[in-house]
Design a protein around this ligand. Sequence first.
Ligand code: SF4
Length: 389
Amino acid sequence: MRVVLGDAEDLRVSLLEWFECNGRHWIPWKLKANGKLPNSGETLPVYGIWIAEVMLQQTQLRVVLPYWEKWMQTFPSIAILANANEQEVLLHWQGLGYYSRAKRLHIASKVLVALCEGNSDNSGKQFSWPRQVEEWMKLPGIGRSTAGSILSSAFDLPTPLLDGNLKRIFSRLIASPHPPSKDEFRLWSFSCELLDVKSPRKFNQALMDLGATVCTPNNPKCLICPIKSYCLSFAFYDPRDFPTKIVKNSIPSYVIGIGIVINTAGKILIAQRLPDKTMGGMWEFPGGKQEQDEAIEHTIARELREELAIDVQVGKKLIELDHAFSHKKFHFIVHLCQLISGQPQPLASQQLRWVLPNELEKYPFPVANTRMITALHEYLYSSKIATNQ
Ligand code: SF4
């Protein structure tokens, strides 16, 4: 590898020169309280960086920014986050997806506060944030790359990282014939070897910015790339063919019947997911998977009987919508339902609640359910108008 054997220093210089003029120097958690960039070796507030790094796992910067701003207003310090209840934390994560990240962040805040007992990051008191990659990796939800990114961003420590952007850049630089997941050892070695120990914060950020703006997944702008003369895939291949992909099996898809049960008092029945399930602790409208050759009305009636011990009259269809995860797809068919008999019991959930439509926003729901809530409000609003006419 040409870069590793001789030209690493030249590459670093080219990349850092490009970064000075083209880097994303406006990212709020990478700035000091006065809005200025930190000097070399200067410490930045760790809490905001840690929150941002966890939010950025599997989510793009432009999506994260408004969530981070709101989060920092509601939970401005680790002590406040550690004392918040989980429902409040999940509510502020609503819409970001991968909700286990929020739960782990919350648990980690309690662990950190306990570790640094007696200290606080509020009002000038010193909070002893960990400064070792290994210490961060003991916290739930923190891997080596996130730990490295927190430490280099906050303390300008020489910790390498290997997020999705860097895996793509390195795979292209060395024209790796292997998918990144099968080439981790080599890519980590490359990251360690390439890191600029004199300016680790700037160097890591420069790589991330290059990956976000130049060495992009589908359309790398190689002609304006500051490190193109070190890039094997640019010299000999088509960079878009890197990183090599794993051939995936087709993604399974499911049809889900959902029942929005409204009682005579106009309240809606919602269920809290079991803690050990995906999105555990969040709330949802009850329902389940359609079986082969089953009419969707039967699916909804059956699921509500099995999971809530109630019989319902399945009525008008409210909405159909698709929602995809990386590993499976769902098609939701949502019907309004009327309770015929039975006292709802949480046979497959933590608890059930009857809530007024305007109370739904107080509960954290997965994204697909929030679209159902919007459709429900529209339906209730138009029904009210029709009734008043
Ligand atoms: Fe990426 Fe192209 Fe630059 Fe290589 S030359 S690092 S493929 S943008």
